[in-house]
Design a protein around this ligand. Structure first.
Ligand SMILES: C[S@@+](CC[C@H](N)C(=O)[O-])C[C@H]1O[C@@H](n2cnc3c(N)ncnc32)[C@H](O)[C@@H]1O
Length: 404
């Protein structure tokens, strides 16, 4: 095992005294080529250019002497520390952090960022990062080759988003560019870069919240979910009843990084509650007035819901692939069209007896394992004086399919 391993962050600023001291006595220095070129290496020190980080970690653990690893920004934040801490390398680390590229980027954009989500698409598929950008109004994306600003712009072209692309922070080639998401797709960007993605209403002057990564007001004025129907502005538009909504949400299991389709969204109560769980949501309804209610309800609960006014299944072909789908209306044709996009789960609410068998058959045939339940509930209502009675709700089948 190396006698000492110091991990130094590099952000383009002059190195701290602690970093210089560690480097001065290093017998092995490891890092990316651009980091090794940026710091002074002591004469005679072994230089290890990191390609495969696991190979480098093994080499460091076998080194006899003082090893230094140079990495970008804060190495403890989406960085090398997580790998070097693996028990198989048996390393004890000292960490000298620099300013993270994310902090650097928000500083360049002159924005507070305690309310921002940070996601990494570095070496990962971009889809989940994109869905977080759909769901939240302030997100920093750590990018990578093939998952950069152009690809991000292409995948977010249907939502109103502004990018602040920060290339080569802390270097002579530093560039900071603000542009609409769809404009980013047509350009070539240099690595490394961080993209700040903001929605139409970035709240930069609101009072600070108490928890990082979400707006101070999130998740809206009312605790819980499966909220009473009158918690939503509907004025005639359909509201998926509270107990049906709760059961459907439990089966959908919305979470950050997911995209949920809510088809036949009515007033958007289910959409809003899925968004309050951190998922990106596209609500589809053919009634333009209903669509206005969806927008109003989303705004009231401080969540982002993308509303598509149109008739399913025709409108569905231009939407990005969902992880889960709730079908509140539309019939068998819509069920088939949704299942054809292979979401993990499809959840439906049905009243007509005949629909239950048909939907069961359609989902099974499309490769889903289908389960269901009949919800029969009665609400407690005042019956004069101290008395109450039970008012029965219309029975509803909730049928759901899990992709096999
Ligand atoms: C593995 S992550 C490391 C993050 C690092 N630990 C930090 O705190 O900045 C690598 C990503 O960080 C971002 N990054 C690192 N250095 C950067 C720089 N100088 N300018 C812009 N982005 C940078 C890029 O998104 C890059 O793909």
């Amino acid at each position: 095992m190396a006698d000492r391993v110091t991990v130094i962050g590099w952000d383009g600023a002059p190195l701290s005294a602690a970093a210089r001291t560690a480097l001065g006595s290093a017998t092995l220095v490891a890092g990316g080529a651009r980091h090794l070129d940026a710091v002074p290496l002591p004469d005679g020190a072994e230089r290890v250019v990191m390609g495969n980080v696991h190979v480098a970690a093994r080499r460091i653990s076998e080194h006899r002497g003082s090893a230094v690893v140079v990495a970008s920004g804060d190495p403890g934040f989406f960085g090398i520390v997580r790998i070097l801490r693996r028990p198989e390398y048996g390393l004890e680390l000292e960490i000298v952090p620099a300013v993270s590229s994310v902090a650097h980027a928000f500083a360049r954009a002159a924005m507070p960022w305690d309310d921002a989500k940070v996601v990494s698409a570095h070496g990962r598929e971009l889809r989940r990062a994109v869905n977080v950008c759909r769901a939240y109004g302030k997100v920093a994306v750590l990018t990578g080759p093939g998952s950069g600003p152009a690809e991000l712009g292409l995948m977010l072209r249907d939502v109103p988003r502004t990018f602040v692309v920060c290339e080569n922070l802390g270097t002579d080639q530093e560039e900071v560019t603000m542009l609409a998401a769809d404009m980013a797709a047509d350009r070539t960007w240099s690595d490394p870069n961080v993209v700040i993605v903001v929605g139409p209403n970035p709240v930069t002057s609101a009072p600070a919240g108490w928890i990082a990564g979400q707006r101070p007001t999130f998740p809206g004025p009312v605790r819980g979910w499966g909220l009473p129907d009158d918690a939503y502005d509907s004025a005639g538009a359909a509201v998926t009843r509270a107990d049906v909504r709760a059961a459907a949400l439990a089966r959908l299991g919305p979470r950050p990084g997911d995209l949920v389709w809510d088809i036949g969204a009515g007033s958007g109560a289910l959409s809003v509650e899925a968004a309050r769980h951190g998922a990106a949501v596209i609500a589809v309804d053919r009634d333009p007035v209903g669509c206005e209610h969806i927008q109003a309800n989303a705004a009231r609960y401080g969540v982002e819901v993308q509303v598509v006014a149109g008739t399913a299944p025709d409108t569905l072909s231009r939407l990005p692939d969902p992880d889960t789908v709730f079908i509140g209306g539309g019939g068998l044709e819509v069920v088939a069209a949704c299942a054809a996009r292979r979401p993990e789960r499809v959840v439906t609410a049905l009243k007509a007896l005949e629909s239950v068998g048909a939907v069961h058959h359609a989902l099974t045939g499309a490769g889903y394992e289908v389960s269901g339940t009949l919800l029969q509930s009665s609400r407690l209502v005042p019956a004069g004086g101290q008395a109450h009675r039970l008012a029965p709700d219309e029975p509803v089948f909730v049928l759901w399919g899990e992709r096999l």
